[in-house]
Design a protein around this ligand. Structure first.
Ligand code: NAD
Length: 429
């Protein structure tokens, strides 16, 4: 079997290498020539993916993985085409299909009879059947169903641990028709291995779902659930602040009941998925009041953290405030949709002078994101902890000369190191 993976990013490249490790030849297609060049030289194009460097080297040396910018030609040689090209949201919350539409048009031009096309990018429900299927049929001149198969199978992995997650979670698959589902189940069964999971309802492996819509929905359901859960924790935290109760103790107690899985609160609800995929859901179900309210509640948290700061500090006009962490999650160098940006905005609206620190980003990188870098040891009036980087557990008042107030949005600061400074935490008395 020859497999074409379209989009050699943080998710597509590990998947390509995984297919090759199971004895299938893989052609990787990407519009970025520098990515293609690096893959063919067996150099990983991005750092931080466990096991990728060695596995890529082995696959390229064995002649099992080759990359190209010519998607049409690559698809023309392939039995299966897997698409992992991003869809983003624009400022109004609507999905922007520009890249994946381009990829789909190129795939249609190269598509050969008998091929299976499997989309893995997270999509609004209905996109595979209503948008891509007609594009593939029209562009190829082939009959959908009769001449080629189409399926949807979400990526349920975290970048950094893709190989482990591919084994850990069932691979969900839904086709546009029964034959497509069967083809896709056979394909993923051939390229993946799974851990034993006695805790699951069905044996761990490839799980067929009734149609592409169910598979698309499953991915949005899991990410939207997390957003709603975090919003609930954030709302509880705000009430806990008003009631003088420690929300972490409350959540710990509530979660001792098996039906409670309450998340922890925080300013940072960022990352690739959590702020974006609930909007994909809302785009198709605008009546989903619970989902919309949750998204709004989470989006309010940066401004709420700054309100807490102002309540403790007083007028912030002219105050130099350092935001600790721009990454959306501790230890991960990724700032997409990070809560640090609205936190900086909220500080500016109050007349403060916000500066930003993150051990994973250089000063130049911070400047390119329109942020003002801060170096530890410089004088500052107040601190807002946005990201749970390990370093921030070890920092204290002496690292921030002049600091009067610290607002800890992730509950990582050590009270002993902040003695003499007013310390406020989200959801704490
Ligand atoms: N990153 C994650 O943690 C994660 C987790 C789960 C699911 N996903 C899903 O995977 C998708 C891809 O994420 P990623 O992190 O791999 O993205 P990425 O930005 O790392 O990589 C995307 C790649 O696609 C290429 N590309 C863009 N347009 C193309 C085209 N027309 N033809 C061929 N290649 C094209 C880009 O050059 C880039 O190399 C996401 O949109 C998301 O739906 C990502």
């Amino acid at each position: 079997m020859i497999v074409c993976v379209v989009g050699l990013g943080k998710i597509g490249l590990p998947l390509a290498v995984q297919c090759a490790s199971k004895g299938h030849r893989v052609i990787g297609a990407d519009i970025d020539a520098s990515v293609v060049e690096r893959v063919n030289a067996a150099c990983e194009p991005f750092p931080g993916e466990a096991g990728l460097a060695e596995r890529l080297r082995a696959a390229v040396d064995a002649g099992m993985v080759h990359a190209t910018t010519d998607t049409v030609a690559a698809v023309g040689k392939s039995d299966v085409v897997v698409v992992v090209v991003p869809v983003v949201v624009d400022d109004s919350g609507a999905p922007d299909f520009g890249w994946i539409d381009d990829a789909t048009r190129a795939i249609a031009k190269g598509l050969r009879p008998g091929a299976l096309v499997a989309y893995e990018t997270t999509l609004p429900v209905g996109t595979t059947r209503e948008r891509f299927l007609p594009m593939l049929a029209e562009g190829s001149g082939l009959r959908a169903g009769a001449d080629f198969s189409v399926a949807y199978s979400p990526e349920r992995v975290f970048s950094g641990r893709v190989f482990a997650d591919l084994r850990r979670y069932p691979k969900l698959v839904g086709g546009v028709d029964e034959a497509s589902t069967r083809r896709a189940v056979a394909f993923y069964t051939a390229v993946l291995d799974f851990d034993e999971r006695p805790d699951l309802a069905r044996p761990n492996g490839v799980w067929d779902l009734p149609g592409t819509e169910a598979a698309e929905f499953a991915k949005l359901a899991e990410t939207t659930y997390r957003d709603v859960n975090i919003a609930l924790a954030n709302q509880f935290a705000r009430f806990a602040d008003a009631a003088g109760v420690d929300i972490y103790r409350v959540i710990e107690a509530a979660n001792s009941q098996p039906f409670s899985h309450i998340h922890t609160p925080g300013i940072a609800v960022g990352g690739h998925c959590i702020p974006v995929y609930p909007r994909f859901y809302l785009w198709r179900d605008p009546s989903a009041t619970v989902v919309r309210a949750a998204r709004d509640a989470n989006a309010e948290m940066p401004a709420y953290a700054v309100d807490l700061l102002a309540a403790a500090y007083g007028d912030l006009t002219g105050a130099r405030v350092v935001v600790l962490g721009v990454a959306y999650r501790g230890g991960v160098k990724e700032a997409a949709f990070s809560g640090a940006f609205p936190t900086v905005e909220a500080l500016r609206r109050r007349g403060a002078d916000p500066v930003v620190h993150d051990p994973l980003f250089t000063s130049d990188e911070l400047r390119r994101m329109a942020l003002v870098p801060y170096l530890l040891g410089e004088p500052v009036d107040a601190v807002v902890v946005h990201t749970d980087h390990a370093l921030y557990r070890r920092l204290g008042a002496r690292d921030f000369p002049g600091v009067r107030v610290v607002v800890d949005g992730r509950r990582v600061t050590d009270p002993d190191l902040w003695a003499g400074v007013t310390r406020r935490m989200i959801g704490a008395p």
